[in-house]
Write a protein that binds this ligand. Sequence first.
Ligand SMILES: Cc1cc2nc3c(=O)[nH]c(=O)nc-3n(C[C@H](O)[C@H](O)[C@H](O)COP(=O)(O)OP(=O)(O)OC[C@H]3O[C@@H](n4cnc5c(N)ncnc54)[C@H](O)[C@@H]3O)c2cc1C
Length: 501
Amino acid sequence: MPSIYFTPDHDEFRRQVRRFMEQEIAPQSDAWEETMVIPREAFAALGRLGFLGITFPEEYGGSGADLMFAVIFLEELTRSRLGGFCAAVSVQQFMATQHIFRFGSEELKRAYLMPSITGDKVGALAITEPDTGSDVAAIRTKAVREDGDWVIDGAKTFITNGALGDFYTLAVKTDPTAGAGGVSLIVVDREAPGVNAGRLKKLGWHCSDTAEISFQGVRVPAERLVGKVNMGFYYLMEAFPLERLCGAAISVGSAGLCLQEALAYMKQRTAFGRPLTKYQALTHRLADLSSELEAARQLVYHAAWLMENGHPHERECTMAKLVGSELNQRMADACLQCLGGYGFMEEYPMARFFRDARAGTIVAGTSEIMREILARLMAGDAPSEQGGAEGKAKGPDLAALFNSLPGRLRADKAGWQGVFHFELAGGEPGQWTVEIAGGACRVEPGLKGQADCLVQMDAATYTSIEQGSLDYQAAFMGGKIKVSDLGAMLKYLAAFRPLAS
Ligand SMILES: Cc1cc2nc3c(=O)[nH]c(=O)nc-3n(C[C@H](O)[C@H](O)[C@H](O)COP(=O)(O)OP(=O)(O)OC[C@H]3O[C@@H](n4cnc5c(N)ncnc54)[C@H](O)[C@@H]3O)c2cc1C
């Protein structure tokens, strides 16, 4: 079907991926679910076809293609008929290796990213722990520096590719006192001494190895740190929209396949002398779901287009993940019902589709967390959405907020030096310089001197954060704030008392 988002090259790529999934992977799906293993050759085959490095640059072995190709790949990946395969492959390409690509050293890229693109290595992203999942900042697995190495102790759970993969991009605490500001990412080999991984039994995704992993005195070289120390939480947050988009694209692909399978069955199955497609009780339910599916699919494409073209996209990726994953569950439930007793039997694919769909609202951020983020963003958006004079961050308000900074400086947290440039879209004036030096703070309108950190957001967002109606972490997660140096920004935030105190 023609679409404003796709060119003939995109369409041809969709045909290629679908052909490969239907002809090479789907025929093996029952065996892989039974043995609970995805053969390594499958990753190698995907690598040979360039399917594991779609958006990565050619210098690392990728295809350097745009994000719309990745969305097509994720939708068509579902033609494998294996939720577990979709999870393993999407984690490999869009989660485990993303942080290494974005923030890792050349050495890390050569050692882990490049062999992941060829399919020679399989990676995992290990964040969740037995005691914490949604609350990423509360992780306790710790890494301490010892004789030039990192020594890691702790435990992770529910990790996709965790038992049979080769390496983990591991979230650890490098400053246990600092909450979100004490998280780092370190690459750890599964076979490193002190790592023990065991598979977990689960409701669906049987071919995917979901693991619990313990780390006991695991020693890795200092160079395995991804990017800067204590910046891991922000690296993870920057990549969350892409994770959500992946979940959303897989969900709409799965829901489309499920509907197609149900309709094919209903055309040939008769009851009371007529095909099931003649019964409105069934078809009207599917008509509703197919309409919702089209809306969710277009939202996925729109979110991807926004991301690809450098527009704010976090809100739309979050919405797409929420509606796509919930729709996929309702679709699988309705389609299973349309097959009657056969829907419950393993002989037909619906039972697996139903089981596999259940994970969608839990992984890559639960539906509750998606709603929480959207709700907080809505609350923060309220002033600018209301419009009118009282909704806008006018000059005197911004001036008052900035001029209050010197009086709110915490001398005990300001023993460092830095120049911050603020660019606040829609503000009057919208440009401010804040300099911290010698335990004092100086504020000036305009951009003065050489900035250590550039902070960009709209004026209403700044006002909402300062007034306490918008949490800065939610604003950051929602893509409403861009900063050039997150480490400097964290120090800045800690250096001021809130407005109300
Ligand atoms: C099959 C599978 C594969 C996975 N793969 C990976 C992986 O590769 N890597 C990885 O790191 N993790 C992985 N996970 C873990 C997954 O990301 C977490 O399960 C998820 O983030 C939820 O965390 P939790 O299980 O600790 O639940 P909790 O955070 O304990 O939440 C429990 C319930 O409380 C709700 N809740 C929590 N906080 C709030 C709040 N503030 N407001 C409202 N409700 C809230 C949640 O939505 C949920 O319903 C996987 C999970 C599964 C099931």
